[in-house]
Design a protein around this ligand. Structure first.
Ligand code: C2E
Ligand code: CA
Ligand code: CA
Length: 897
């Protein structure tokens, strides 16, 4: 029960309008009940009313029919007494009957079942003489009358004359003399039903009824009513029996309007019900509403309570885990309420009962006291939010704690001014901040240093460390950006003429001084907006955008050459670098910057070629020579593939015996269209193409081949010389390639140009030379006396021979200077046990003098020009030079054995 009550209570709680709804249902139900009850009572009233009215109708019908029966009974009584009554008498009696209020249409009498009397006769003549015994349809009824001796009413029947009628048959018995009744026959009268209806006012009844009458059949069914409509019997009618003796009818009636007639004042009564219902319901709805509201309020309250609980729980966790101390200060008394954590923060004993403003103030760091108190006081009186940060001294000043405080002044419910707030330890934050700040400063410092380093690196990457001038990279960047619109641009390419010499002879320090001086001089002669870079060892480039004439740049170049021709003193030595300059100016806007650089380089090359210490402009002629060079270069490459390069040979002679002491192999280009070309036509270009090494190899291979052929023909050529380029000498594969040729020791000599730089420290080069020497290859210094190489370093190579340059040989007949020079070279050779070769021996007079001076070998046009291998074979066989020598000098060379 309690559970049910509880659940009910909950249901109401969840639906506060439930009582109102239930009450509404009750009211509606009661209203409907009352309504149907009233309806029922009204219907019952109606029914008893209908019953009353119908009884009137029924008794009227019964009365009328009985009246008619009675009337005829009188006639029957007469007939019993006058069994032999004639038609006339019968008519007279019947007429009397007919005068009465009756609904009889006709009467007939049948003695012994044969109709012999009839009224009215008129219209019924045919019936006269009708024997009932022959009438199957009527005989039953007639027989029953005779058998029972009672009046029998039958019908309604369809009448022969039309319409419907009720036949009343009467038995007629005559009283015999013996007192015994004798059956005479029957009388039958026909009551016209229409007339009966009319006279009982069935059709236009004063009652508001719908009436129906039907035979009461033995089966209890009424059959189809002969009066009124069938539905009356099916509409819960008031029913009664109409008793006609043998025959029974049922009469039924319903009200005209049917049974469901609204009872009077129905709407008023309903309205009343509604009003009463409303009177009951309205307060209940209101109560429901109040309940609902109350429930909402309660739920709200519960929710808030829960929220508050959660919040305070959270706060509790937050406060305890954050180690925040909470305090409250009564401004008037200066008393403070501190929680445990506050006490911890300030190192106050837990059991101290009250804390005061003094407790706080006394623990502040002396430097912070003033400001902290100031802030506190200010917010206390202004009511503004209190925010503070200060240091607290603990353990007698041993420990410093950073504390942050916030708070707010408020008036308590009782009106006192209070400040409430929190304190927390921010020492860690402060320390972190401090660290962060330091880290940031460190990072900034490092960044600055890095930036500095980056700038420096960038500067270094774009500048030459020695002269502080921009370098090649910088130049490339500048050129990439300059003169995009094809504007004026002039490039001067400067190369120092004697830098290498100074470097080699006086050392790198001197070289450095020269370079620094050059940089100074260049800057001094340029406008500030001109760009100057050192792009290689002793090469400088000036880029000027000044739209000046060629003369201007000519003068500028002149000034620079002049300035660089001035000697500088280095450790007591006067050094003169001297400079050559190539100039290229943009001639048309289509010319690219890099083209200008190349052109200036070409012009520089030209300046050097023309004797140095001068400047040259890049010209169309130069351009075409460049084009020619390019074509030649292409052809050289093709020529290499087509084996167009061949070796020619120039013999060398023993100065005393004039026997062939050796042969120099010289490269020739057997050009398909231009014929045999000398090295001057292509060697320089081949050098730039890096193919001289290949040429050297070709010449060496051919020379060896031919050398073997000559040997096979017993020409008695002791050795063969080949020229070797600097390129080839530096080639690390050189040793292997030469070794693979299987050279017989002492038969091959490599001629090195004196001008090849023999750096004592060039391990690869020195190594190559030594290893080749081990193969039995001799070395000869070519063009000796012009290359200005240090003789000391040359001699360190321990060459087998020195070949004096033809420039020195040519003038010996006429110039004593050259002759003396040749003599001293020969002396050096003798001192060092090095053979001396003279080249460019153009006359036999030269040959004789050189022999006399002590030269060992002679080579030159006086004896033979370079020639092909075949020509050389002929030449060597013919030995015609002996006679030539004899003719020219008048002396016979001493023949060898
Ligand atoms: P070089 O080594 O001094 O060769 C001697 C040059 O002097 C040859 O010129 C030769 O024809 C020329 N000559 C000989 N006798 C006389 C003379 O009496 N009077 C004059 N005026 N000249 C004479 P060539 O054959 O034209 O060679 C020129 C240079 O080309 C050579 O000078 C050499 O440095 C270089 N060369 C020649 N063939 C080769 C080679 O196969 N390899 C390398 N690397 N250089 C070679
Ligand atoms: Ca040579
Ligand atoms: Ca030479």
């Amino acid at each position: 029960m309690a559970g049910a009550g509880g659940s009910w209570g909950r249901r109401i709680a969840s639906f506060p309008y439930l009582p109102a709804v239930i009450m509404l249902a009750v009211v509606v139900l009661a209203g409907i009940l009352a309504d149907t009850q009233k309806q029922k009572i009204a219907e019952e009233n109606l029914r008893s009313q209908v019953t009353e009215q119908l009884s009137v109708v029924r008794s009227r019908i019964e009365g009328k029919i009985n009246g008619n029966v009675q009337l005829v009974l009188g006639l029957v009584a007469v007939l019993e007494t006058e069994p032999d009554m004639q038609q006339a008498r019968f008519e007279a009696l019947a007429t009397r009957i007919f005068h009465n209020d009756s609904q009889i249409r006709h009467i007939a009498a049948a003695r012994d079942f044969v109709i012999n009397l009839i009224y009215p006769l008129k219209g019924n003549e045919k019936v006269m003489g009708l024997d009932y015994r022959n009438q199957m349809s009527q005989w039953d009824g007639v027989a029953r009358v005779r058998d029972t001796g009672k009046i029998v009413i039958a019908g309604p029947l369809d009448l022969v004359q039309g319409g419907k009628g009720l036949i009343v048959r009467y038995p007629v018995e005559t009283r015999s003399d013996a007192g015994k009744d004798r059956f005479w026959g029957i009388v039958s009268s026909v009551i016209d039903l229409e007339w009966l209806y009319r006279d009982t006012r069935l059709r236009d009844s004063e009652f508001p009824l719908r009436i129906a009458i039907a035979n009461n059949t033995p089966e209890g069914l009424y059959g189809i009513p002969f009066f009124g409509e069938g539905d009356v019997f099916r509409s819960k009618p008031v029913e009664m029996a109409v008793n006609l003796g043998q025959e029974k009818w049922r009469i039924a009636a319903i009200p005209d309007q049917g049974w469901e007639q609204p009872y009077p004042d129905r709407w008023l009564s309903r309205l009343l019900t509604v009003a009463i219902g409303a009177l009951v319901l309205l307060p209940m709805i209101r109560a429901g509403r109040l309940t609902a509201e109350r429930q909402r309020n309660i739920a709200d309250l519960e929710r808030r309570k829960e929220e508050l609980r959660v919040l305070s729980q959270r706060l509790e966790i937050a406060v305890s885990s954050s180690r925040i101390g909470i305090w409250e200060c009564d401004v008037a008394t200066g008393l403070m309420h501190w929680d445990e954590r506050m006490r911890e923060l300030y190192g106050l004993p837990m059991d101290k009962e009250t804390c005061t403003y003094e407790d706080w103030a006394s623990r502040l760091h002396p430097e912070d006291v003033e400001e902290a108190m100031g802030r506190f006081n200010k917010s206390m009186f202004s009511g503004a939010t209190y925010e503070n940060r200060f240091r607290v001294l603990l353990r007698g000043g041993e420990e410093i704690r950073h504390v942050r405080a916030i708070g707010r002044a408020y008036h308590s419910t009782t009106g006192e001014l209070k400040v409430v707030g929190v304190n927390w330890n921010v020492s860690e934050d402060v320390r972190l901040q401090e660290e962060l700040r330091e880290a940031k400063q460190r990072a900034e410092r490092q960044n600055a240093e890095l930036e500095q380093a980056r700038l420096l690196m960038e500067y270094n990457s774009l500048h030459d460390a020695l002269t502080k001038l921009p370098n090649r990279r910088y130049l490339d960047q500048v050129m990439a950006g300059k003169g995009e619109g094809g504007g004026a641009l002039t490039v001067l390419h400067i190369d120092l003429d004697r830098f290498k010499e100074i470097n080699d002879t006086l050392g790198h320090a001197a070289g450095d001084e020269i370079l620094k001086n050059t940089a100074r001089m260049l800057r001094a002669n340029l406008r500030p907006e001109d760009f100057v870079a050192r792009i290689g060892g002793d090469e400088f480039v000036i880029v000027s955008e000044a739209p000046e004439t060629g003369q201007y740049y000519q003068r500028l170049a002149g000034r620079i050459i002049e300035a660089l021709a001035q000697p500088i003193l280095f450790e007591g030595h006067e050094c003169r670098a001297g400079a050559s300059i190539g100039i290229a100016t943009r001639a048309n806007p289509g010319e690219r910057n890099d083209e200008l650089l190349i052109n200036a380089d070409i012009a520089l090359y030209e300046a050097k070629r023309r004797g140095r210490n001068r400047c040259e402009f890049f010209t169309d002629t130069l351009r075409s020579s460049v084009i020619h060079t390019k074509q030649t270069a292409d052809e050289i490459l093709r020529g290499l593939e087509g084996n167009e390069f061949i070796a020619w040979y120039q013999p060398q002679f023993d100065a005393h015996t004039l026997e062939i002491s050796g042969v120099e192999a010289l490269v020739r280009w057997d050009h398909p269209t231009r014929g045999i070309l000398p090295p001057a036509a292509f060697l320089k270009i081949a050098e730039n193409l890096n193919t001289v090494g290949a040429l050297d190899q070709i010449v060496l291979e051919q020379a060896l081949l031919h050398f073997h052929q000559w040997a096979a023909r017993d020409l008695g050529i002791p050795k063969i010389s080949v020229n070797i380029s600097a390129q080839r000498l530096h080639n690390p594969d050189l040793y292997e390639r030469v070794a693979s040729l299987g050279v017989r020791p002492g038969t091959v000599c490599f001629e090195l140009l004196e001008s090849i730089s023999f750096d004592e420290h060039d391990e690869a080069l020195i190594g190559n030379i030594h290893r080749l020497k081990e193969l039995g290859i001799d070395f000869e210094i070519d063009d000796f006396g012009t290359g200005h190489a240090s003789i000391i370093s040359l001699l360190k190579l321990t060459p087998r021979r020195l070949k004096i340059d033809r420039q020195l040989i040519g003038p010996i007949l006429t110039s004593s200077t050259e002759r003396q020079l040749v003599e001293s070279i020969i002396d050096i050779g003798k001192a060092c046990d090095i053979e001396i070769v003279a080249e460019g021996v153009e006359t036999m007079a030269h040959a004789a003098m050189l022999r006399d001076l002590g030269c060992n070998h002679l080579q030159g046009y006086a004896f033979a020009r370079p020639m092909s291998s075949q020509d050389f074979l002929d030449y060597a066989r013919k030995r015609e030079w002996f006679d030539a020598f004899a003719r020219a000098t008048g002396e016979r060379p001493r023949q060898s054995a």
